[in-house]
Design a protein around this ligand. Structure first.
Ligand code: GRF
Length: 226
């Protein structure tokens, strides 16, 4: 369940100069790709250390995000469903992620449900970001759902992906107030700004391996040296 190798005893960790292994991320997207770019920036700026982007995969040829990834020099793949069954399409994506030795899959505006086979291929190794405070407003147009419901606080959630939609264990959430003058666009824009901070932070936590699950709860674990 943990990512990093078990924490070394205190004495040993003081003398070792080895840096922790860099975790290879596989990004899946379908659209404009701003979350992907925020993750890439966080890595480039050293806010997200010990991670690298191994591959960016889109299920849509025309996704702006895949064009951005290509021009930034990342390894990219377009894997379209082409009328195939979900499991068959997913099998091709899984094969690509495996070929690129991906440790952690990050869904970043990936607009397709994953098959159970996909989820099982990367147990507790898939993250998603959703623009609401789950479990409120899962599914599409979460910002519109929040406005229509009349909540005064919404936000975003980074969570592990399980076989149910927008349902896995929550790594972190960021709250965003809903203002009286908000429309869907202004609310979505303010939530998106928080998403860009939240995703890198959540990836950093997960690749550190310093956590455990307590039922549905993600619990940070302190190591001896902290
Ligand atoms: C984000 O709002 C994300 O929460 C949702 O899809 C949107 C993707 O935006 N899952 P982008 O493609 O990352 O800009």
């Amino acid at each position: 369940m943990q990512f990093a190798e078990p924490t070394k005893p205190r004495q040993e960790s003081r003398v070792t100069l080895e840096s922790p292994r860099v975790r290879r991320l596989g990004i899946l997207l379908s659209g404009r790709g701003s979350n992907f770019l925020a993750i890439a920036d966080a890595i480039a700026q050293g806010r997200l250390a010990n991670a690298s982007i191994a591959v960016v995969i889109s299920n849509r040829r025309d996704a702006l995000g895949i064009a951005a990834a290509r021009s930034a020099g990342f390894t990219t793949e377009v894997i379209e469903p082409r009328g195939r069954k979900r499991a068959e399409h997913d099998a091709e994506i899984i094969a690509s992620l495996m070929a690129h030795q991906v440790d952690l899959v990050c869904l970043a505006g990936y607009m397709r449900l994953l098959s159970p086979e996909f989820v099982r291929a990367f147990p507790q190794r898939i993250l998603n970001i959703h623009p609401s405070l789950l479990p409120a407003f899962p599914g599409l147009e979460a910002q519109r759902q929040a406005l229509e419901y009349g909540v005064t606080v919404s936000g975003c959630t980074v969570h592990f992906v399980d076989e149910e939609l927008d349902h896995g264990v929550i790594v972190l959430q960021k709250a965003v107030p809903v203002l009286a003058e908000d429309d869907e666009h202004t609310l979505a824009t303010r939530i998106l700004a928080q998403e860009h901070v939240a995703y890198a932070e959540a990836i950093d936590r997960v690749i550190s391996g310093k956590y455990r699950f307590a039922g549905r709860r993600y619990v940070a674990v302190q190591t001896e040296t902290e």
